[in-house]
Ligand binder design. Structure first.
Ligand code: AMP
Ligand code: GLY
Length: 424
């Protein structure tokens, strides 16, 4: 069976690597891909914005499944265009992708379905937003409604800072995404991610993870797309996972179906583990990056088969097996990230993969025969171990084997869980 994978980051390299191991795969194509993905797929130039071109490519190349990595094409309706042409696609429709594409949509859905989440107000007017602040306690959580490449959330310590942030949002800081704003109750607790595949009806739990969003060690400094992650996340105990399914995932899937927007694909729930139990912070309609990298290290089944079953509404009876060991990934970024990152720095992967570690390419390119940095997050150095402590040690041994002068990474990925392992 032939598969087309769309995307070109570390998440897609991990997906490509796993898809390429599937017994049911004949040929894997990827667009745009990257030099790492090129090792396991044939790179092709198709623009995901051009739905007709994607469909035509699929027809000509007998593609049985399209796997969409990032959220933007899904929010843009690519999955609908594929389905209209009779092409199976892993990823939700435009209507269902609103779960990521509109924070207000998700908050309203939570309210209708009784899903635990922070109290909120959504508004399209600055004066109304400012007035609404008085209904919340500091710190104030302010979110641009639409997609803002992970940058649309501001946590303001005081009212003045909140008012400035609101003025910026309505002033166009996040473009169209900020034309509507959600103000939300601040939730305290530890964050963890829960993943489930669903075909709109069957729910298949697909692992847990925790990531480190801040650029600095100890989780300080500006937000990033994620500087590292590990899976599983032991804080999400079996009991908490069951609560997440019963109280958050299932009501979401059922409500979406009942309202004529069945959700198909991966549902990635960002959870806050509060004193009252898990509460939804946000949904994403795609795998996390770099969470996907650690999930794929642990996933043991035939990914083509599972994704195709999901796409075709045949998930009932399908199982997902994951290694019990922990996978941990360290993001090597280019200096300057998350601000303007230095491009073109030469990378030598050396013996990084010698001990079973895997280096996924996130933002790399080939230039004059050399591998160079071509983005903020550049490499995802990923390793396995019996627990987080051991997986971390293995990942940093691999990191230390990489030569990347203009890069940097955090040295403490997994610290929270390692502290708990030390105290056990
Ligand atoms: P989001 O893009 O919605 O994931 O938000 C980015 C980050 O902001 C989250 O990972 C949390 O760390 C934080 N955050 C978002 N919403 C809340 C909330 N209601 N309470 C506390 N922290 C939040
Ligand atoms: N690592 C966070 C995300 O993919 O949204």
């Amino acid at each position: 069976m032939n598969v087309l994978l769309l995307g070109g980051g570390g998440r897609e390299h991990a997906l490509a690597w796993k898809l390429a191991q599937s017994p049911s795969l004949t040929a894997l194509y990827a667009a745009p891909g990257n030099p790492g993905i090129a090792e396991c797929a044939k790179l092709v130039t198709i623009n995901a914005d051009n739905h007709e071109a994607v469909a035509l490519f699929c027809k000509v190349n007998d593609i049985a499944l399209v796997v969409v990595g990032p959220e933007a094409p899904l929010v843009d309706g690519l999955a609908d265009s594929m389905r209209a042409e009779g092409i199976a696609v892993f990823g939700p429709s435009q209507a269902a992708a609103q779960l990521e594409g509109s924070k207000g949509f998700t908050k309203d859905l939570c309210e209708r379905a009784g899903i635990p989440t922070g109290a909120y107000v959504r508004t399209t007017a600055l004066d109304e937003a400012r007035a609404a602040l008085t209904r919340f306690q500091p710190p104030y959580v302010l979110k641009a409604d639409g997609l803002a490449a992970g940058k649309g959330v501001v946590i303001a310590e005081g009212i003045e800072q909140a008012e400035i942030a609101l003025a910026d949002m309505f002033g166009g800081q996040f473009g169209e995404a900020g034309a509507e704003v959600v103000i939300e109750e601040f939730l305290s607790g530890e964050e963890a991610s829960f993943f489930a595949l669903t075909d709109g009806e069957t729910i298949l739990p697909f692992g847990t993870a925790q990531d480190h969003k801040r650029v600095g060690e100890g989780d300080v400094g500006p937000n990033t797309g994620g500087m590292g992650a590990y899976s599983p996340a032991p804080v999400l105990t079996a009991e908490l996972q069951q609560r997440a399914i019963d109280e958050i995932i299932r009501p979401t899937v059922e409500t979406m179906r009942a309202e004529g927007m069945p959700y198909s694909g991966v549902l990635y729930a960002g959870l806050m583990l509060t004193a009252d139990g898990p509460k939804l912070i946000e949904y994403n309609c795609r795998f996390g990056d770099p969470e996907c990298q650690v999930l794929m290290m642990r996933f043991q089944g035939d990914l083509v088969k599972v994704m195709l079953a999901c796409a075709k509404g045949e998930l009932a009876g399908i199982e997902a097996q994951f290694a019990e060991d922990t996978a941990l990934t360290v993001v090597m970024a280019a200096k300057g990230y998350p601000g303007s990152a230095e491009k073109g720095g030469v990378i030598n992967l050396g013996e990084a993969e010698a001990e079973g570690a895997k280096v996924f390419h996130a933002g790399t390119a080939m230039k004059d025969g050399a591998l160079v940095a071509n983005g903020g997050r550049v490499l995802n150095v990923t390793a396995m171990g019996a627990n987080v402590t051991e997986a971390q040690a293995a990942a940093y041994r691999a990191v230390d084997a990489v030569q990347f002068e203009s890069g940097f990474c955090r040295r403490d990925i997994g610290w929270r869980e390692i502290e708990r392992e030390n105290n056990r």
